[in-house]
Design a protein around this ligand. Structure first.
Ligand code: ATP
Ligand code: MG
Length: 611
């Protein structure tokens, strides 16, 4: 089951985990370690308070203007109230300026926080085990990271720097109303806000399910699309474009339906909010008008109260969005937080030391392994590759050969038994030093969508062009690369799809030659090559392998005749072992395989046209 799906299933716990997630992912960024960023937080907070004070002062300037123009004693107006007018203009401008200043300064803090979280998540994903990665859906994962980043930014920016000021303003306005006007003013204002908030939250709560449905369909769509596009060749080869399109359209249709419901419910929410505010403003204005009629208040007071309320309610318009985004952010934070909390299955032991190499003897001792406990893959596999020697593993497909390689790299730990290099259990050394010691030409070479030079140079970032070319020569791909119009700068396409299988394999070999590791693992390294190229490359590989501990996995037995020991693996067990000659003499499985392959080769030679 998809781990993200599992997480989402538990998203109802989002609120419960809120405190934990805030502490884990958001709050630390409010008080960053760098003094520069910290100063920005302080400045932004000052700008926020200043902005609110100015905003609250604005209606007073307006009242000043109105009262000067319409004196309650009905006296003629002598001059324009220039001071009040200027104050009003300055206050209006000031409020906006302070807000923009706050947002500008704080943007750096919020963005930096998002960057940190993204990086931390990405790094953590690499710490998670291969087992986990084999089950994930890449598209969803990338989405999860970017949504997590947005969520952190949102929590910092909007939740704190929008909600905070609104509450501050509400407090100030209520205080002023209580101070200058009958208590009914403050009461109605507060009641309006309360009804408004309650209505908004309840309605938003109800419509959250449409949003969630939308998100799910959206995820489904992107996972589906990425999966389909990644398998472009297969889709086309099987003529399944229509099938893929139908599958995608199901997700799209779900999205469409959910979207329509979301929009309709949003309109309901907006209309309801507007109605509540309209009622509130009308009641307060009526109270104020009554005050004017009774001679207790001036026209300026009516204007002031009106300005206050509109100013106060305007940001409340966002309350629904805010609340919903807050919920969404909590879910997203939960997702990212959950990812960050996943324990890597393979971890360095607390006292792990770097691998100490003394020649590179590799030893498997009674190693058993199962990906799934119900289905054992390797059973008590034991062998030793003495330092600098070469051991080959042959056997039927699915026998567990590549699994042995994964265990050697410690992508998985054996269920029982142990693997040592120069006498050190690989579980006791650091993974970094272990993997630095081993070079792998994998069975399926996948390349980065980058230049050939970059793909070869990946083995050792910083390698010079001369070193890269030297490695390419050993791997016998230099001439081919030189013949390309863009040479080493040729971009290989996503996952290397623009190169042939054999070319990819040779890039992978060049990569390992450049890495120059003491231990070399070739998993069907030349399987994609024709016999002639393979023969030439075998010679080169033999050169490259000289003096290194080498593990070769091959289907074509002719490529392993020179191994010091050959292991025949069948269904996870070593059933025969010995040198080529010994195994032939024994007349067992190996001999049968050998004879069969030779007959095939002879048949191909007799009938070249059949190839
Ligand atoms: N991640 C996994 N989860 C479950 N089973 C797996 C996983 N990876 C491989 N297997 C199973 O383990 C068995 C051994 O796989 P492995 O890749 O080691 O075979 P192999 O000997 O390298 O075969 P081939 O010659 O075809 O490359 C196979 O039956 C395969 O289906
Ligand atoms: Mg394999």
């Amino acid at each position: 089951m998809d781990p993200i799906e599992q997480r989402r299933g538990r998203a109802t716990g989002a609120e419960k985990g809120l405190g934990r997630r805030l502490v884990q992912l958001v709050l630390p960024h409010l008080w960053p370690a760098e003094p520069g960023l910290r100063a920005m937080v302080v400045l932004a907070a000052i700008a926020m308070v200043a902005g609110k004070l100015v905003t609250v002062a604005t209606p007073f300037a307006l009242k000043g203007v109105v009262d000067a123009l319409a004196p309650s004693d009905g006296a003629p107006v002598a001059a324009i109230p220039l001071a009040f007018l200027l104050a009003y203009g300055a206050a209006r401008l000031g409020g906006t300026l302070f807000n923009e200043l706050r947002d500008t300064i704080f943007a750096r803090v919020a963005e930096r926080a998002g960057r940190r979280v993204a990086l931390r998540t990405y790094e953590h994903l690499f710490a998670l085990s291969l087992r986990w990665h084999l089950e994930r859906r890449t598209g969803e994962l990338a989405r999860a990271i970017s949504r997590g980043v947005q969520a952190v930014g949102f929590m910092l920016h909007t939740a704190l720097f929008t909600m905070g000021p609104v509450l501050l303003e509400l407090g100030l306005v209520l205080g002023i109303l209580l101070w200058r006007y009958p208590p009914s003013f403050a009461f109605v204002t507060l009641a309006t806000v309360a009804v408004y908030a309650a209505f908004t939250i309840a309605t938003t709560e109800w419509r959250t399910k449409f949003r969630r449905e939308m998100n799910e369909k959206d995820n489904e769509f992107s996972a589906q699309a990425v999966d389909g596009l990644l398998n472009y060749e297969i889709v086309k080869a099987f003529g399944n474009e229509a099938f893929e399109a139908r599958r995608l359209d199901r997700a799209l249709q779900g999205y469409e339906d959910a979207s329509v419901k979301a929009q309709a419910s949003l309109s309901f929410l907006n209309a309801g909010q507007a109605a509540i505010i309209a009622v509130g403003v009308t009641v307060v204005m009526t109270l104020a008008a009554r005050g004017v009629v009774a001679g207790e208040l001036t026209v300026g007071d009516v204007v002031l109260v009106n300005a206050f309320l509109l100013q106060l309610y305007m940001p409340l318009n966002f309350l629904g969005v805010l609340y919903r985004e807050l919920r969404q952010s909590l879910t997203d934070l939960e997702l990212v937080g959950g990812l960050l909390e996943l324990e890597p299955e393979i971890r360095d032991a607390p006292d792990a030391r770097p691998l100490l190499l003394r020649g590179g003897e590799v030893r498997f001792e009674d190693v058993s392994f199962a990906y799934d406990p119900r289905r054992p893959i390797l059973e008590r596999v034991s062998f030793t590759i003495p330092a600098g020697r070469k051991v080959a593993i042959v056997g039927a497909s699915g026998g567990g050969k590549s699994t042995i390689v994964r265990l050697l790299f410690r992508f998985f730990d054996p269920t029982s038994g142990r693997i040592t290099i120069d006498g050190q259990d690989i579980r006791s050394v650091t993974q970094a030093s272990l993997r630095a010691a081993i070079g792998l030409v994998p069975q399926d070479t996948v390349l980065f969508n980058d230049t050939i030079a970059a793909n070869i140079g990946y083995a050792r970032p910083g390698a010079s062009r001369a070193e890269i070319e030297a490695a390419a020569k050993v791997a016998q791909i230099h001439d081919f690369v030189a013949s390309l119009p863009a040479g080493y700068e040729t971009v290989v396409g996503e996952r290397g799809l623009k190169l042939s299988g054999g070319e990819k394999q040779r890039v992978a070999i060049a990569r390992v030659v450049l890495k120059n590791p003491p231990i070399l693992v070739l998993d069907e390294a030349t399987s994609a090559l024709d016999s002639l190229t393979e023969l030439q490359l075998q010679a080169a590989l033999r050169d490259a392998a000289r003096g290194r501990t080498t593990l070769v996995i091959a289907h074509r037995l002719s490529t392993v005749v020179d191994a010091d020991e050959i292991l025949v693996l069948e269904a996870g067990r070593i059933v025969e072992r010995g040198s080529h000659d010994e195994l032939l003499a024994r007349g067992g499985l190996y001999r049968a395989l050998w004879t069969r392959q030779h007959e095939k080769v002879r048949a191909e030679e007799a009938e070249p046209a059949a190839v």
